[in-house]
Design a protein around this ligand. Structure first.
Ligand code: PMT
Length: 223
């Protein structure tokens, strides 16, 4: 029905940062609070979807009526996402996944050295890229956190990751990106449409994104 356009659909959302372990007391991470991803999860639930939220470590309360899968590292997130990907009709990748992790992680606390130390980093798996390859029926939505050349990078991601939509935010702009209650995003769709949204609460941004996905879903069913 029009009141619950996502009824019967499974929406998989990732949120928050990942933590890449150096040793039992140290890790490499980023400033994602999970607010954007959790707002999307709430909105998808409101529109009638079954929501699976794969979440990195955040300080937010566990939302009710949503299946939350808690993960730590990029590798954990990769496994958790691929476990449920086949069930999903819509996938939204809001998480700020680490691109690199320490090549070696120690199971004892690393002692202080006299001089400088080096931590060698290796690439993590690109989850979005993998999903783009495996995609069958799914609508795939990625995010792009940029500080410059927003449009150019977002368009490139859309193609390279075989996504249906990229939500780009300039994470250096005041009121946008990490940690804030608001965001400033531009939506880039596969059909070439670009919509630049003004500053809005993350809840309102989530409403807009879910609305756009509902339109994509309708187009999909027409063909
Ligand atoms: O959590 P908040 O504090 O509310 O902040 C929201 C946000 C800034 C984290 C969010 O709006 C956002 O931009 N999320 C994406 C952050 C990011 O990692 O962007 P990216 O340009 O590095 O990655 C692009 C896309 O690839 C993302 O969909 C990301 O989930 C995905 N990715 C990245 C690396 C990787 N190894 N696997 C991935 O799937």
């Amino acid at each position: 029905s029009n009141t619950e356009p996502l009824k019967g659909k499974t929406v998989l959302i990732t949120a928050g940062p990942t933590r890449e372990k150096i040793d039992p007391v140290r890790f490499i991470s980023n400033h994602s609070s999970g607010k954007m991803g959790y707002a999307l999860a709430e909105e998808a639930k409101k529109q009638g979807a079954h929501v699976i939220l794969v979440s990195g470590p955040v300080q937010l309360p566990k939302p009710s009526g949503i299946d939350v899968v808690s993960v730590e590292s990029a590798e954990d997130m990769y496994q958790a996402v691929l476990n449920v990907f086949d069930e999903a009709d819509i996938v939204i990748k809001t998480a700020a996944v680490a691109d690199y992790r320490p090549r070696v992680s120690y199971d004892h606390k690393v002692k202080k050295q006299t001089g400088n130390v080096m931590i060698e980093l290796e690439r993590t798996k690109d989850i979005l890229l993998e999903l783009g390859k495996r995609k069958t029926k799914q609508i795939l939505v990625g995010f792009a956190a940029e500080t410059n050349n927003l449009a150019e990078y977002a368009q490139a991601k859309l193609k390279k990751k075989n996504a249906d939509m990229i939500v780009a935010n300039n994470v250096k702009a005041e009121g946008a990106g990490f940690g804030t209650d608001t965001n400033i995003v531009t939506l880039f769709k596969r059909d070439g449409t670009v919509s630049e949204l003004p500053i809005m609460s993350k809840t309102a941004v989530a409403q807009k994104i879910i609305e756009e996905i509902t339109v994509l879903l309708k187009d999909l069913n027409k063909h």
